[in-house]
Design a protein around this ligand. Structure first.
Ligand code: FES
Ligand SMILES: [Fe+2]
Length: 419
């Protein structure tokens, strides 16, 4: 991100902290809770946003070298994503051309061949059919039968995008719009995949996304966890078509007051979150990225799956490894990572502790609220919820998805000029 933009955002956050104000959309909205429970809306969303929409499935680090691969089974089309022998990113339907068995059920791996577990037809990482056992028994194949079914795939500046429909269009620059240059300035290609967490919980996928839509709850729900690190009630917010940028201050921002602007760095003073329509939150730190992908359940609007993938810079991985090996440094565990952070210099973080805390905060705090919200919506007795002036990301997200489905937009309830 350009330094001028970093400074502009940091000044906005500092001014909010100094004046005791949060971001102010100037309007509130009231939204019917049926968007979290209605089967008909859920079916349309799944079709429009998942089966007929480009999907960001990972970063280049998910396929670190030729002949590496991973599988996806999160949105209705079983996908096998590969980096072939030549280093090119490819995506296929994870289905053997003989009679449709999955070529692999493993999450990810390395190898130049896929051997179908059913009758051992063999394919390359480019999807070519390499061999058929006992072909003299089986008989010849016509051209339509050879090779895996290819899906549109594009490695765009360190991001792995696919389209789940073989004839689907992938125009990633258009998808990212004005955010393209800014978001890809983070040099995604250098980050190393470092594990993931999957949460399958009883909340609509949009409720899962809502939890990343305001900082109003930080000093309440997360008082003893994230609230120790971030200020909360503080947000720099900007929309870019259907996507947005969401930045909030951490307590390191106070250090900036004594530094010249030329030394200000956003990632040392704030947390940066990009929302990429329809279901991606990209949390970007200086040395780590968490990609949070939220998917609806295939038939139950009250359930969803969230896949959180973690990536670290090579330098951070080396530092963590060195810290683990060093006898003089105590390595913290996940349960006390917040408390230990204050004892600077005495401890080192394991990457596992960082990822565990991130995931458990979402599961045990945010999504716990989400499951309660889902239960209330399903009771049929809570007709609507409110989005405040300090929750503009929720305004934008819900109106964006409604507009995309041809639903009437939310009506502002209270319109007041900003101060
Ligand atoms: S289904 Fe794959 S070899 Fe038969
Ligand atoms: Fe939260």
């Amino acid at each position: 991100m350009e330094h001028d933009l970093q400074v502009r955002i940091l000044k906005e956050l500092l001014e909010q902290l100094d004046t005791g104000k949060n971001v102010d959309a100037g309007v509130q909205y009231k939204m019917s809770t049926d968007v979290y429970t209605c089967s008909e809306i859920a079916a349309r969303e799944r079709e429009a946003f998942f089966l007929e929409h480009p999907q960001l499935i990972g970063l280049s680090g998910d396929l670190p070298e030729p002949n590496t691969w991973f599988t996806i089974d999160d949105f209705g089309v079983p996908v096998l994503a590969t980096r072939n022998q030549a280093g090119e990113f490819k995506a296929f339907l994870n289905a053997c051309r003989h009679r449709g068995a999955r070529l692999t059920k493993e999450a990810r791996g390395k190898g130049s061949r896929f051997i179908c577990p059913f009758h051992a037809w063999t394919y390359s990482t480019s999807g070519e059919l390499l061999g058929i056992p006992q072909q003299d028994h089986f008989g010849p194949l016509n051209d339509a039968c050879d090779g895996l079914i290819s899906l549109p795939a594009s490695e765009h500046k360190g991001m792995l995008w696919i389209h789940p429909a073989p004839e689907g269009e992938l125009d990633i620059a258009a998808q990212l719009g004005q955010l393209d240059d800014e978001i890809t300035s983070h040099d995604f290609a250098r980050y190393v995949y470092s594990g993931e967490t999957v949460l399958e919980m009883n909340l609509n996928w949009k409720l899962a996304n809502d939890t990343f839509g305001e900082t109003y709850h930080f000093q309440k729900l997360h008082r003893d966890t994230l609230g120790q690190i971030f200020y909360g009630d503080n947000l720099s917010y900007e929309t870019f078509g259907r996507n947005h940028r969401f930045v909030f201050a951490n307590k390191g921002i106070d250090v900036l007051r004594a530094l010249p602007e030329s030394d200000w760095k956003l990632d040392e003073a704030a947390n940066l979150l990009y929302f990429l329509f329809p279901n991606i939150q990209l949390n970007i730190g200086g040395s780590n990225i968490a990609m949070i992908k939220m998917y609806p359940h295939p038939s139950d609007p009250g359930k969803s799956l969230t896949r959180i993938s973690f990536y670290f810079t090579p330098e951070m991985i080396a530092m963590a490894a060195a810290a683990k090996e060093s006898k003089g440094i105590q390595v913290v565990d996940a349960d006390n990572v917040y408390e230990e952070q204050e004892r600077e210099g005495e401890v080192a973080f394991t990457l596992e502790a960082v990822t565990e805390v991130f995931s458990s905060t979402i599961a045990d705090q945010d999504y716990l609220m989400g499951e309660q919200q889902q239960a209330a919506a399903e009771s049929g007795l809570l007709p609507h919820v409110w989005f405040g002036r300090n929750e503009p990301a929720l305004h934008h997200y819900h109106n964006t998805f409604r507009e995309a489905l041809g639903m009437p937009l939310l009506e502002p309830v209270l319109a007041e000029a900003k101060d």
